[in-house]
Design a protein around this ligand. Structure first.
Ligand code: CU
Ligand code: CU
Length: 496
């Protein structure tokens, strides 16, 4: 896009910014500086196509486990606009548009009065085999935690351009950031959103043992009309009509169907857990609930002055947030869920896994350990962002991937694979314990088997309840068995 047409689109603010960029050169000349809370500097746009990592800054958390506050009063934050193929559900490779190269974008953590020095390069013209399909278009960044002229701060930039601005958050809370380029519904539905956590000046009034971020959002995916494939998997793209009709194909926590089920959040019995919860929409409300506990405190918007006590749910419209604090009294799997259960059925489920085996505070917990290679991959800028645990990676048979999806939709709340018995048995090694024909019959004719088959009767006796018929179609059972075989083969490989 040429400059004159950009100016026509976005008016004098951009023209002024371009002039100031031409005069001033780089972001070292930003003026005027924000002097106090709530102030922001004028945005500067330059024709600079930066390479390197898509997201940088000591104040960023790339994983649900929220990193401690970076003590620096100035937070340098870079979140570039990108296109990236991400797996939003098993086997569903989606061409997301991102801020910071992941969905949701990295969480920014700051304190009231800190200066956030932000920059973004629009890098949507990049194609990389298996990872990026270029879709050059305008993008922008709107921080809800900032105050200033939207036409200045949040205006759009084209591929190969970089925008910079500074602001000083005035209010504590949990704020959304997102691309605000029209049509906004497309840009948010495609994945351009994340969270900023702004702490009160004196910190939070309570002490939490664990802090996690939960961002709920919807995907509206359809098969790529050009029928492109990556590693044999079909590519999915944004379904604009579904987005407008608000009929999502997935509703997710932290960017993934059944987010945090196969990689749960963790805590120890008796600990106090603080969840930073944000619903980005763009089409649905969330009635956020945690099965097995009560929210001791709810701070609406994440501001401790908006306190509610003893809540079972918190209702979050699009771009609404809350901090919820709860204790997990004893070991078990406490289930995060959108109590609009239609949304839960589309993937808005997660788990806080509470056990004595979780390392005590101060020692690395599971999610933090997993973060290291993830972040390293992100720094190199060109690796697939995968949120599955290592054992779940590289499922390369599309039918097995569909089986994993069916398993995660219909079986995972009662069964684990390698995570121990739940309501029903651990299914690791199930293909060695039973023949395929038996498993097929068990899954399709569950009631009949429990009356007549000796092995099935034993299971019912052992787990003290019959298994409900999972309601699977024959083709789903075939795919699930393929997934079980894939899983058991991987387990065998891991042992050798
Ligand atoms: Cu955008
Ligand atoms: Cu907004």
């Amino acid at each position: 896009m040429t400059r004159p047409s950009l100016v026509m689109l976005f008016g004098t603010a951009l023209a002024a910014a371009l002039v100031s960029a031409a005069l001033g050169g780089c972001d070292a000349t930003l003026s005027p500086r924000p002097k106090s809370e709530g102030e922001s500097s004028a945005a500067v746009v330059v024709d600079e196509d930066r390479s390197g990592p898509y997201a940088t800054g000591k104040s960023l958390s790339f994983e649900p486990a929220l990193q401690p506050l970076d003590p620096s009063p100035v937070k340098e934050v870079r979140l570039d606009a990108s296109n990236k193929l991400i797996e939003i559900a098993p086997g569903v490779k989606y061409t997301a548009w991102t801020l910071g190269d992941q969905v949701p974008g990295p969480t920014v953590r700051a304190r009231v009065g800190d200066k956030i020095r932000f920059s973004m390069t629009n890098r949507t013209n990049v194609t990389t085999p298996k990872l990026r399909i270029a879709a050059p278009m305008l993008h922008s960044m709107d921080f809800h935690s900032a105050m200033g002229s939207p036409q200045d701060l949040f205006h759009s930039i084209g591929p190969g351009q970089t925008i910079s601005f500074e602001f000083t958050p005035a209010y504590p809370g949990v704020f959304m950031y997102h691309c605000v380029t029209p049509p906004m519904v497309d840009h948010v539905a495609a994945g351009m959103y994340g969270m900023t956590v702004v702490e009160p000046k004196g910190g939070w009034p309570t002490k939490a043992d664990r802090e996690y971020v939960v961002v709920q959002g919807e995907f509206y995916a359809r098969l790529d009309p050009e029928r492109r494939k990556v590693d044999n998997f079909p590519v999915y793209v944004l379904d604009k009509e579904r987005a407008l009709a608000r009929t999502p194909t997935q509703v997710v926590f932290n960017g993934r169907f059944n987010g945090m089920v196969d990689r749960p959040l963790v805590a120890r019995p008796g600990e106090r857990v603080r969840l930073y919860v944000l619903n980005v929409g763009p089409g649905s409300s969330s009635s956020f609930h945690v099965v097995g506990t009560i929210f001791d405190r709810v701070w609406l918007g994440g501001n401790p002055q908006n306190e509610l006590r003893g809540m079972q749910t918190v209702d979050l419209g699009a771009s609404s947030s809350a901090i919820v604090e709860l204790t997990v009294p004893e070991k078990g799997d406490y289930i995060l869920v959108d109590h609009y259960f239609a949304n839960a059925a589309l993937g808005a489920i997660g788990v806080i896994s509470v056990s004595d085996k979780v390392p005590p505070l101060g020692q690395a917990a599971e999610p933090a350990k997993a973060a290291a290679p993830e972040t390293a991959a992100l720094q190199t800028g060109e690796h697939q962002h995968e949120q599955a645990k290592p054992a779940d990676r590289k499922i390369n048979d599309p039918e097995a991937a569909k089986g994993k999806l069916a398993f995660e939709s219909k079986c995972v709340l009662c069964h684990s694979i390698g995570g121990g018995a739940k309501t029903g048995p651990d299914l690791q090694g199930v293909t060695r314990r039973h023949a395929d024909a038996w498993l097929t019959k068990w899954l399709l004719e569950t009631e009949k088997m429990q009356k007549s088959d000796p092995a099935a009767k034993q299971l019912v006796a052992k787990y003290k309840m019959p298994m409900p018929n999972p309601g699977l179609k024959a083709v789903e059972v075939r795919d699930i068995l393929k997934f079980f075989h894939w899983s058991d083969q991987r387990e065998g490989l891991a042992k050798n």
